[in-house]
Design a protein around this ligand. Sequence first.
Ligand SMILES: Cc1ncc(COP(=O)(O)O)c(C=O)c1O
Length: 359
Amino acid sequence: MRKHIFNAGPCKLSDATLENTSKAVLDLNGIGQSIMEVSHRSKDFQAVIDDAVDLFKELLKIPEGYSVLFLGGGASTQFAMIPYNFLNKKGVYLDTGTWSTKAIKEAQIWGDEKVEVIASSKDKNFMYIPKGYTVPADADYFHITTNNTIKGTEIREDYTSPVPFLADMSSDIMSRPVDVAKYDMIYGGCQKNLGPAGVTFVIIKDELLNKVVDRPIPTMLKYKTQVDKGSMFNTPPCINIFAVRETLKWVKSLGGVEEMDKRAQQKADLLYGAMDNSKMFKGTVAKEDRSRMNICFVMNDEYKEKETEFISFAAQKNIIGIKGHRSVGGFRASCYNAVTLEDVQALVDAMNEFEKLNA
Ligand SMILES: Cc1ncc(COP(=O)(O)O)c(C=O)c1O
């Protein structure tokens, strides 16, 4: 039996992704070679990556003038590549949690004075999204993290920026329609809504390549190399790209990002509704900034010592991956696209039953 998987990433993938990828591991399209054996220069693999790029563009309605890349190194390498390529005088960052803080640190390698943290929610352990700041018009770029996987806040509005606008969407990509035209670059690790760990997506506006700083940049870390070579300057993570392609096909078959958006709302309403009506459980972040992808909650103080017990109680019901990150404690249920309403209902039933038994 499949478990109710609420892991933060790697995480639950669609059955279609798992079934089709496992078939391709044994034999890709009946060609007598595995997806792990086929040359990345073959027409068979070229068709896979082309299809993945086309589906990405179709599902997110990416306008003309953008490239979609599939790279190695994780979103963490993008934290370094961004300043390497684009930080000249000043990079502006919104600090909303662990991952944006890491992105800021990579930019500060070029000098603390070159990095402006325009607003931060660090004062309240990142439990809200800062608002009401103005991005300076002389910055090289403005960087945000749309979904804070660890703290459980999310920016679901596509902001307007006076300077090139870059977003880490590792943990909410493909969960809603995005106005891609407002961004110059969107990137993320694929290991949440798109596929297994080991491949990173980058959507980059071709015009942004004209803004690369004049400095020696290692070949692999230049966006231009990756755009010019169609993500294949070196050997790409072939099986991961295959699995992403299968996930994108699955998203399309269900009705695209509009349907994912609807489902994300239903799942979030169900789980947040349960904790808002509970005596035992409560949410941890500002209501208006609640993430639909990573739903964080704790037990009220009087029941606090029961938290570990609830994790075991849930595990007996095949519910796994709900332990909160150590910086928040309590619980985190990651409700990515492949997590079903039934999975969330199972968690809510377990919460209600545990509360009845203990409160
Ligand atoms: C929002 C966000 N950004 C960046 C990362 C880092 O991604 P990677 O492990 O692919 O480097 C993560 C990982 O969970 C994340 O959630």
